[in-house]
Design a protein around this ligand. Structure first.
Ligand code: EPZ
Length: 430
């Protein structure tokens, strides 16, 4: 199992390119199930999760072509053609590897009028139920049963437009219902819908495929169902979480990075939060420049919220950053109930953190010290990489497969900007 070894202390300088957003690419790929024509996605990130979804779509009967790729599903441009869907079951073995697999549910029911999708189960950051996906589809006329760990959905006469009010903001449920509604009869209104840029990116792609969607970017989406969708070409929105992660890499090392192929507006909440901490974000052509204002970093409080609030997917990285700030910082997680697993690992590196329920009080220390660490999810893992970049001595981050799910060539990108970081193949802790 690969590990990443970091010798901390180098301020990062240079430019880092950000890829397309993993969390946009995944729902966009499942949107290909809605049409028998080809959907072309550009700016595709090369990640383990993209491979996993390719495997799922292949077994549904989607033909996949990757331009500029080798034998597996890595590539910048992907062409997906769901001409003949041969199988409407998403099996446990693939769904358990990646929860986003549940995004095939809405498109399959809408197009094939039936689907059998494994329930994803819990995961390292929380219980993560899919009840809202199910209730929304039921509101649209689907008959749904749970059978031996599978969601079995049927809509023999097709889905019908409906109004669905989300009791809680859900990115995935909004995406599933949005896709399903494009082929439903009549109008669907999704109230209290997620406004994350990845949801808007999906909506824009669906419009390019012939869908009728009003209110994109707002919390109320109005979708008038159409007979059929057609092919389209769409570029995946830049990854705001990768952008924010590298922004914090600049800040934690006291360096200066130009983060390219991305937009400041995608990480506005991070920029606003970090301004009083002493971090400056400047819009540059095709990117964002990030550096400390005058050397010092100050503790600031953060609370995660649905977009446009502070993203839960940057909370772990924020905690790493605050570990080295002057003063205290209160970090409150409101989206997931168990997303502080990085705290004890950061404490092994000398951080002073006290967790009380959904809040963590971080008291800044002069410097972190390197240690062997590991994490159980993607963002927690990258927070340990950030801590390692700032720590004195050597840090080894184990379980690098978590990083590979969502960060493309992370060690190469950081090394090119002066980090002393390398991937070590095999061995290591489990
Ligand atoms: C998406 O997950 C992202 N994943 C997550 O990114 C991200 O953390 C999350 O949104 C929040 O921004 C993808 O886009 C593939 P939710 P999703 O439905 O859609 C509860 C990463 O590191 N809920 O918005 O699964 C749920 O338990 C990952 O890249 C229900 O109660 O998240 C959570 O508390 C991790 N019932 C809250 O809503 C439901 O039916 C928000 O979850 C659905 C969700």
């Amino acid at each position: 199992m690969d590990r990443i070894r970091i010798r901390g202390g180098n301020p990062l300088r240079g430019a880092i390119e950000v890829g397309g957003a993993k969390n946009a690419a995944l729902p966009l790929m499942t949107a290909s199930l809605l049409t028998d024509e080809t959907l072309v996605l550009k700016n595709l990130p090369i990640l383990a999760d993209i491979n996993t979804l390719c495997n799922l779509l292949l077994q549904h009967g989607v033909a996949i072509h990757l331009a500029g790729a080798g034998g597996n599903c890595a590539g910048r441009v992907i062409e997906l053609t769901a001409r003949n869907l041969t199988n409407t079951t998403a099996p446990y073995d693939l769904v358990r590897k990646m929860r986003a697999s549940v995004l095939v549910l809405g498109p399959l029911v809408a197009r094939c009028r039936e689907a059998r999708v494994s329930l994803p189960g819990g995961c390292a950051i929380g219980a993560r139920p899919v009840d809202l996906h199910i209730k929304g589809l039921q509101a649209m006329g689907a008959e749904i049963e749970l059978d031996r760990g599978y969601i079995v959905a049927k809509a023999p006469n097709g889905l019908k437009g409906a109004e669905f009010v989300f009791p809680k903001v859900s990115v995935g449920a909004t995406e599933n219902l949005l896709m399903a509604a494009t082929l439903a009869k009549g109008e669907t209104v999704l109230v209290n819908a997620a406004r994350e840029p990845e949801v808007s990116d999906l909506a824009h792609c669906l419009v390019a495929m012939g869908a009728d969607i009003q209110g994109i970017g707002s919390d109320t989406l109005r979708i008038r169902g159409v007979e059929r969708l057609h092919g389209a070409t769409h570029a995946v929105v830049p990854d705001r979480i990768e952008t924010g992660t590298y922004a914090m890499a600049a800040a934690i090392t006291g360096g200066e990075l130009d983060i390219m192929n991305t937009r400041l507006e995608l990480i506005q909440s991070l920029a606003t939060t970090l301004q009083p901490a002493g971090v400056v974000f400047t819009e540059i052509e095709n990117g964002v420049r990030v550096a400390r204002a005058n050397g010092e970093l100050h503790g600031v409080d953060t609370m995660t919220e649905p977009f446009p609030g502070f993203p839960t997917d940057l909370q772990a990285q924020m905690m790493a950053l605050m570990c080295t700030a002057r003063g205290a910082a209160m970090i409150t997680e409101t989206i997931f109930e168990n997303r502080f697993m990085h705290a004890p690992e950061l404490m092994r590196m000398g951080a002073r953190i006290t967790v009380h329920g959904s809040s963590a009080l971080v008291r800044g220390v002069e410097r972190l010290t390197g240690a062997p660490v590991m994490a159980t999810d993607l963002r927690a893992s990258v927070s340990l990489v950030l801590a390692g970049l700032a720590a004195e001595g050597e840090t080894t981050v184990n379980r690098v497969y978590h990083l590979d799910r969502g960060y493309e060539r992370v060690e190469e990108k950081l090394a090119a900007c002066g980090a002393d970081i390398e991937r070590i193949g095999g061995g290591g802790e489990d």
